[in-house]
Design a binder for this molecule. Structure first.
Ligand code: MLT
Length: 206
């Protein structure tokens, strides 16, 4: 086993080689998405860190200057920090590092998208629920082996549909296989999100 990973987190060992990296929204913690993880794939291991940044006492994965306006320097630093945590947790818990799938909601989905762009090769797939474009990289990574599902809310007051489409295009232009679905909801998740996400995960080849 490697050194103890340095984020507060929960790890739930599973029966398959797949690990869901669960990334909560603003104000959440490492316990939030564990039930969702079990619902999405009852055989997968679950790795669920708590964001280290506090906004009025509420955990997040990176700083923002206002709603939807990100501190890009902090985003970059926190993305690498989280990716390093995933690598050390993979060694520590002896996870198959070729089958790590990010499942992020809101702020967690945004840092998952940032990890796809900044640390290609770490995640084999991403389930991005209510995600935005985290930043536009100068140079696109090669995401040709990555599959992404974007779940958006038609009435989301935080993420406009145009931003969802931009995110899908950005990831597609890097080579990712992207599926986008709009649900009849706002920023909150619905049972339709969970049902479609579960189906999408079941169809993934790895
Ligand atoms: C973010 O800050 O990542 C987004 O505005 C979503 C949120 O956390 O509300």
């Amino acid at each position: 086993m490697g050194p103890q990973p340095d984020f507060i987190h929960q790890f739930v060992p599973g029966k398959s080689d797949r690990t869901l990296l669960l990334l909560h929204g603003t104000g959440g913690d490492e316990r939030d998405l564990i039930p969702l993880g079990h619902e999405l794939d009852s055989n997968a291991s679950l790795l669920s860190p708590r964001g280290k940044v506090l906004e009025n006492g509420r955990p997040r994965f990176f700083r923002r200057l206002a709603e939807g306006v990100f501190d890009l320097e902090d985003l970059q630093k926190r993305t690498h920090e989280l990716a390093d945590f995933v690598n050390s947790a993979a060694k520590h818990y002896q996870i198959n590092n070729k089958q790590i799938i990010a499942v992020g909601y809101s702020n967690g989905a945004n840092i998952a998208a940032s990890m796809l762009l900044l640390r290609p090769g770490l995640l084999s797939a991403g389930l991005l629920l209510r995600a935005m474009v985290p930043f536009v990289p100068d140079k696109l990574p090669n995401l040709s082996s990555v599959t992404v599902f974007i779940g958006a809310g038609t009435f989301d007051p935080i993420v406009p549909a145009s931003n969802t489409k931009e995110l899908a295009e950005l990831l597609r232009s890097a080579g990712a296989d992207v599926t986008t679905r709009f649900f009849q909801s706002g920023h909150e998740l619905t049972s339709d999100d969970v049902d479609l996400a579960r189906e999408w995960l079941t169809r993934l080849q790895y």
